[in-house]
Design a protein around this ligand. Structure first.
Ligand SMILES: Cc1cc2nc3c(=O)[nH]c(=O)nc-3n(C[C@H](O)[C@H](O)[C@H](O)COP(=O)(O)OP(=O)(O)OC[C@H]3O[C@@H](n4cnc5c(N)ncnc54)[C@H](O)[C@@H]3O)c2cc1C
Length: 451
């Protein structure tokens, strides 16, 4: 084996948890090696959150302008596709450059290469072999390419390439009705593309509550997105420059572009995890204990690759937990209140447990729902699509979860996530005096529904 260098910390992957951990250690004077085989900053900055939200910023402004007709505003929306995509890449590159500077400025030994284990806590890549008492795997996930007949013979986008296109396509088929497919599909539609979303389940985002799926379905359809639900793409072919997607039903959909948004697979096959005795689950995610430690002592995993809910704030929170554990105060991975948002318009925002989840955990859960059409902000601003649902533990009256579907609900859901952290009950929410006329006014109204 090549010369082995001993260092204090090895991080594989410059994702959302790995970079801050490496920076903290390096700033504390430790020797840190960071392996990165792609762009510094990982998925979120380069291929995920940042470019997709910059894309949606343009799309939703166009959508809002068009949807203002009921208010008496008739906008003639002209989309400059190349300008939209140039801005998306500019915003992305600013964040990426910031990540590069952060790593360079911290004195981290950055090895721009793919890394693999060659022994216990020993990692090789880029012609170097390093060993450390602590190794952190932060290698994230990659898009799944589904086994559709002909997929190797047609051009397609995934999130890795979508933001490189000069302008949104004229006709687009999206395969996958999860949050990535819905955000990018609705975004493309609002920027002028003719969009069809093909989804295998009978409803969109089928892991969410049925009425939340229903609001998204009707909002997307109102935008002019065609939905093929309960449908399977059986084959794809190329007819000249046209991509033809054939469904199991026999229907053909013609498009200029195809976007695959059919799930994620962990970036573990290249890591030779066996060499360090690191176990993975049936899908290839790294198995970790409650402190994010793998089956090899001293080797930890965080973020998406650790089988965590795949969100940037989860990976970042893993970093905080791991940093605390490394500093001598162990923190668990499983005591957080999970919140997330799908940035369609309207948004689907969740925190804590749904009523069904809570009941499955043995909690005597109850929920109450208020429609946004019954909240002044909804009717006055013509933002009636959606609802707010609060879930409480009927035994203690404590708030355990919420689903808010509606305009910018990703902001308001934080109040409930915070309330859950504080152990608040619906009585606390009832006492709170909300501002009229905001969506927040719905919160004490919801609480009173439990009385
Ligand atoms: C289109 C899209 C939109 C999204 N929007 C949101 C959003 O709005 N909000 C949100 O919270 N989340 C969003 N996400 C999810 C979010 O991007 C991920 O949860 C987050 O990036 C996970 O971070 P991570 O640290 O686990 O890994 P990643 O950010 O994926 O980083 C892993 C890094 O490891 C590197 N790597 C992999 N294998 C090796 C190896 N063997 N050697 C060296 N380097 C390696 C990779 O190149 C990569 O840079 C979105 C994702 C996508 C795809």
């Amino acid at each position: 084996m090549a010369n082995i260098e001993d260092v204090d910390l090895i991080v594989i992957g410059s994702g959302q948890g790995g970079v801050p951990l490496a920076v903290d250690f390096a700033k504390a004077g430790k020797r840190v090696v960071l392996f990165e085989r792609g762009r510094i900053g990982g998925t979120c900055v380069n291929f995920g959150c940042t470019p997709s939200k910059a894309f949606l910023a343009a799309a939703h402004n166009a959508g809002r302008a068009r949807n203002a007709a009921p208010l008496g505003i008739h906008a003639d929306v002209r989309v400059d596709g190349p300008a939209v995509m140039n801005r998306v890449r500019r915003v992305r590159d600013e964040w990426h450059d910031g990540s590069e500077k952060r790593v360079a400025g911290a004195g981290i030994d950055l090895i721009r290469a793919s890394a693999a284990f060659v022994g216990e806590r020993t990692v090789s890549g880029g012609g170097r072999t390093v060993r450390a008492p602590r190794v952190v795997i932060d290698t994230g996930t990659s898009p799944v390419v589904p086994p559709i007949a002909g997929i190797g013979d047609v051009p397609y986008f995934t999130n890795l390439t979508w933001f490189e296109q000069p302008a949104p396509p004229k006709r687009l088929v999206v395969i996958g009705g999860g949050y990535i497919g819905l955000e990018l599909g609705q975004g493309a539609r609002r920027l002028g593309s003719d969009v069809t979303i093909v989804h295998g389940a009978p409803r969109l985002m089928e892991r969410e509550e049925p009425d939340a799926s229903d609001v998204l379905r009707s909002s997307l359809e109102a935008d002019g997105v065609r939905l093929e639900l309960g449908a399977t793409a059986e084959s794809v072919t190329l007819a000249g420059a046209t991509i033809v997607v054939t469904l199991k039903s026999g229907a053909n959909i013609e498009a200029d572009a195809l976007l695959l948004a059919t799930g994620r697979t962990p970036n573990t096959p290249d890591l030779a995890l066996d060499a360090s005795g690191i176990a993975v689950d049936a899908r290839g995610f790294v198995r970790c204990d409650e402190h994010l430690q793998t089956s090899c002592p001293g080797v930890y995993a965080l973020g998406d690759v650790a089988g965590q809910p795949a969100f940037t704030h989860v990976a970042w929170e893993d970093y905080r937990r791991l940093a605390s554990t490394f500093a001598g105060t162990p923190r668990r991975r499983d005591d957080r209140v999970l919140s997330y948002t799908t940035f369609t318009e309207p948004q689907l925002a969740r925190t804590g447990l749904t009523e069904a989840d809570a009941r499955a955990k043995g909690i005597a859960a109850e929920s109450r729902t208020i429609q946004l059409g019954d909240v002044a902000r909804g009717t006055e601003w013509n933002l009636e699509a959606g609802f707010m649902r609060l879930v409480v533990d009927g035994a203690s009256d404590r708030i355990v979860g919420a689903t808010f579907v509606g305009y910018e609900m990703g902001e308001l859901i934080h109040t409930i996530g915070f309330a859950i952290e504080l152990g608040a009950t619906w009585h606390d929410l009832d006492r709170f005096v909300a501002i009229h006329p905001t969506f927040g006014e719905g919160l004490p109204s919801l609480a009173r529904m439990f009385a």
